[in-house]
Design a protein around this ligand. Structure first.
Ligand code: SF4
Length: 468
């Protein structure tokens, strides 16, 4: 029935969040006489900032779909199988809840751990985490999140957790000049904070940002890229190692300061077992101080830079050094040697990406990274100078949906780390759970990643019980 102006008694706009996917963009919904008549983005909300995607815009179609099942059903046919009618019968909510609660009470009395919850990624985040809260209160640790139509980010999340202390990584589209998509549709209306990223990526194109997409088929993101590079399915990891090789060994482009002071690239490695060479007294990993010409523990103040502009002795990122009568190469030296076999020609054989393209894109990426450039950003503690590295490699379902998924993600992300484009302006940013300043009145706690005794980053908070 059409709602005409004369007959409308109620006409309100309600701020809420879209539940059509896990991004939960901020929206405003218009309700006229109890009927949703309009949905639009809420410009006051940090997610979406006034924009919605086509799916969010169509939310009322789902709400008023005459075939939508919005009441409980009970299976009455005990026989199961393909083609067997389950003989669903409509029941009341009271009967449904009584049935479930009776069963749960029985199980809880016996052993609450025998309850298993299966969640999916396709529901809005608030529901998903509500399930976990309920399980914790119930007393079972047994749950799993999967689905989403695909297996979602199986290799991506733990690697992002290890490398960025975050659930996901995404280019800082607002400041990035060269995002490289490896089988990944972030920035094209998919993934986390989808609408905001899509609008930022669209604005970036206008100011000249160049997108390169590696994808076996001409996907939406491939068709919108400035350069689509077709790649053989499941070989993204080899391509990424080829880019690392080209940067380190062919073009010799790398961010020495970042690698020396913000990563474990300079840690000395025992050749005998491939583990860190450790200080006998403290058991801490050692690095080589090129000024004092001797090994020092990784967190010795003379070889540490906490802030970007702090002074420190020069730490060796390449070479090998004698410690306790044993020659120990740096971690980056071993990596540089390891990737030498990923020549552009070798990579072409595996990936079908022409050798000249591998070499050219590595060079272009390295030059676009503007290693050494800085920018001043405003922080809660005042202005702060930070590196500016406007390139980002990132990945998702397409590149990580194969064997060696985690290693593929690590290899792709390593490109960011070689040029210092990790978690800084213009680069690949950790997204979700990385840092929270806390919110007064909501109880949301302040949290920030912290170093383990070996100096590597540990997540301050994580979505699930098990840390990556
Ligand atoms: S991305 Fe689209 S469907 Fe998902 S929450 Fe935002 S508006 Fe809704």
């Amino acid at each position: 029935m059409a709602v005409t102006k004369e007959r409308v008694k109620e006409d309100v706009w309600i701020p809420t969040s879209c539940g059509q996917c896990y991004c939960m963009c901020g929206i405003r919904v218009r309700r006229q006489d109890g009927i949703v008549t309009q949905v639009e983005g809420n410009p006051d909300a940090p997610t979406g900032r006034g924009s919605v995607c086509a799916k969010g815009l169509a939310a009322s179609h789902l709400l008023y779909d005459p075939y939508r099942v919005n009441y409980p059903l009970k299976r009455t046919n005990p026989e199961k199988g393909l083609g067997v009618d389950p003989k669903w019968e409509r029941i009341t909510w009271e009967e449904a809840l009584d049935t479930i609660v009776t069963k749960l009470k029985e199980v809880q009395a016996k052993d609450p751990r025998s309850v298993y919850f299966q969640a999916t990624t396709t529901q809005a985040s608030e529901i998903r985490f509500g399930v976990i809260g309920f399980m914790k209160a119930f007393g079972t640790p047994n749950y799993w999140v999967s689905g989403g139509g695909l297996h979602c980010g199986n290799g991506a999340h733990f690697m992002n957790g290890i490398m960025h202390a975050a659930w996901s990584i995404i280019p800082d589209f607002a400041n990035c000049n060269m995002p490289l998509n490896f089988g990944c549709s972030k920035g094209h209306g998919a993934g986390h904070v989808a609408v905001m990223n899509a609008t930022q990526a669209a604005d970036a194109r206008v100011r000249g940002s160049k997108t390169v997409t590696f994808d076996p088929f001409q996907s939406a993101q491939a068709s919108k890229a400035h350069e689509w590079v077709p790649i053989r399915v499941g070989t993204d990891g080899a391509l990424a190692l080829g880019l690392v090789n080209s940067l380190l060994n062919e073009h010799k482009i790398y961010d020495e300061e970042y690698l020396a002071y913000k990563t474990n690239a300079p840690y000395l490695i025992r050749k005998s077992d491939g583990r860190y060479k450790r200080d006998k007294a403290t058991n801490k990993p050692l690095v080589w101080d090129k000024v004092d010409k001797r090994p020092k523990v990784h967190d010795d103040p003379s070889v540490t830079r906490v802030e970007y502009e702090d002074e420190a002795h020069e730490v060796a990122i390449f070479g090998e050094y004698e410690v306790d009568g044993e020659m120990c190469p740096t971690g980056l030296e071993l990596l540089r040697e390891h990737v030498k076999k990923y020549t552009p020609e070798y990579v072409e054989k595996i990936t079908w990406v022409p050798a000249a393209t591998v070499s050219r894109i590595a060079k272009e990426l390295g030059e676009t990274a503007e290693i050494g450039s800085t920018v001043t950003v405003q922080t809660s503690k005042g202005p702060k100078k930070v590196p500016r590295r406007p390139i980002a490699t990132h990945f998702f379902r397409g590149s990580q949906g194969h064997v060696n998924s985690g290693w593929t993600c690590l290899s792709i992300d390593m490109v960011n780390h070689i040029v210092g484009a990790a978690d800084t302006v213009g680069g690949a940013l950790g997204l979700g759970a990385a840092v929270c300043s806390g919110y007064e009145g909501t109880g949301k706690p302040y949290q920030i990643p912290y170093p383990c005794p070996d100096g590597l980053m540990i997540c301050g908070a994580w979505v699930y019980d098990h840390l990556p």
